[in-house]
Design a protein around this ligand. Structure first.
Ligand code: FES
Length: 158
């Protein structure tokens, strides 16, 4: 079950929209922040709070790549590989992270710290190549500037 705090946040979110279904994305975001990823139980719990059918929640959870429908590491390294970022070197960012962490896109390190994800345009093309970690954007990333980000994350990973 979702915590009372999350249920309350979801109920407040519903009040912002004309229909509860419009609050699904926000509800899933809150639930994922608490549970780490969106499993079947989260889908059922969110549906129950919003008084929707679980499929109405599931279809949103599986459409947006911001929602993880499988377990992920404590830090998700989301590297945009769409056209602007690709032209500015996102492949070298992915390759560097692959070599540094020993994981390919879609995989999680054995210690559960990092998951590497290739994503579509993050809407910050002017800062390509872009990597998103948590809610923070890191623009103009090149492999040489990634070590600092990883070091910061490792410092808070425990
Ligand atoms: S193409 Fe990477 S942010 Fe738009």
């Amino acid at each position: 079950m979702l915590s009372e705090e999350i249920v309350e946040k979801i109920r407040k979110e519903v009040g912002k929209y004309p229909v509860p279904k419009a609050a699904v994305k926000s509800a899933l975001r809150y639930a994922q922040e608490e549970r780490g990823w969106v499993d079947d139980q989260v889908v059922r719990d969110v549906a129950e709070v919003l008084n929707l059918e679980p499929i109405e929640v599931q279809e949103v959870a599986t459409f947006y790549d911001l929602f993880y429908t499988h377990p992920v590491g404590r830090h998700q390294l989301r590297v945009c590989t769409n056209i602007s970022c690709m032209l500015c070197g996102s492949d070298s960012v992915v390759d560097y992270l692959h070599e540094k962490l020993g994981i390919s896109p879609g995989e999680t390190t054995a210690d559960g710290r990092f998951t590497l994800v290739e994503v579509e345009c993050l809407g910050a093309c002017g800062g390509a190549p872009v990597m998103m970690v948590g809610n923070q954007y890191h623009e103009n990333r090149d492999p040489g500037r990634i070590d600092g980000i990883l070091a910061e994350l490792e410092a808070v990973a425990e």
